[in-house]
Design a binder for this molecule. Structure first.
Ligand code: FES
Length: 152
């Protein structure tokens, strides 16, 4: 049964009529047209759907939309501000870290979440975070270089 929920996504309020158990990923992509977060496994395993909830990484494919009411959701589209792209996005562009690009949403959002908590993480910390995000092209070297660059 649908309920009226108010979501905060990318600094905007949205009143939604939606079943509360609907995965957040479906609402973001299908109702709000935000295609940054990707559907990969749908099981919380691959990281393609990663978004930020109050600045922390969350897997939107397994997160019921009702769980983010009263929380701030940020998608890849919301990282950029009026001042330009997020430094993590810039680093991924400069390192040419995309091959097919499908995993990049999760890689970028996971690095952003890490930097929100630890502005200058060690390389080991970065690798530990990103080992939970899958890349099927094998672009791991460029992705890690981008993450190291973003971490300064
Ligand atoms: Fe959500 Fe794979 S699609 S973790």
């Amino acid at each position: 049964m649908t309920q009226s929920l108010i979501l905060t996504v990318n600094r905007q309020l949205h009143r939604m009529a939606v079943a509360p158990e609907t995965p957040l990923l479906y609402v973001l992509r299908n109702d709000l047209g935000l295609n940054g977060p990707k559907y990969g496994c749908g099981l919380g395993e691959c990281g393609a759907c990663t978004v930020l909830v109050d600045g922390l990484a969350a897997r939107a494919c397994v997160l019921p939309v009702a769980a983010v009411v009263d929380h701030e959701v940020t998608t890849l589209e919301g990282l950029a501000t009026g001042e330009g792209l997020d430094p993590v996005q810039v680093a991924f562009i400069e390192e040419q870290a995309a091959q097919c690009g499908y995993c990049l949403n999760g890689m970028i959002m996971s690095v952003r979440a890490l930097l929100n908590r630890y502005p200058h993480p060690s390389k080991e910390s970065i690798r530990a975070v990103l080992e939970h995000n899958l890349c099927r092209c094998g672009t791991h070297v460029e992705i890690l270089e981008a993450a190291y660059r973003a971490a300064g």
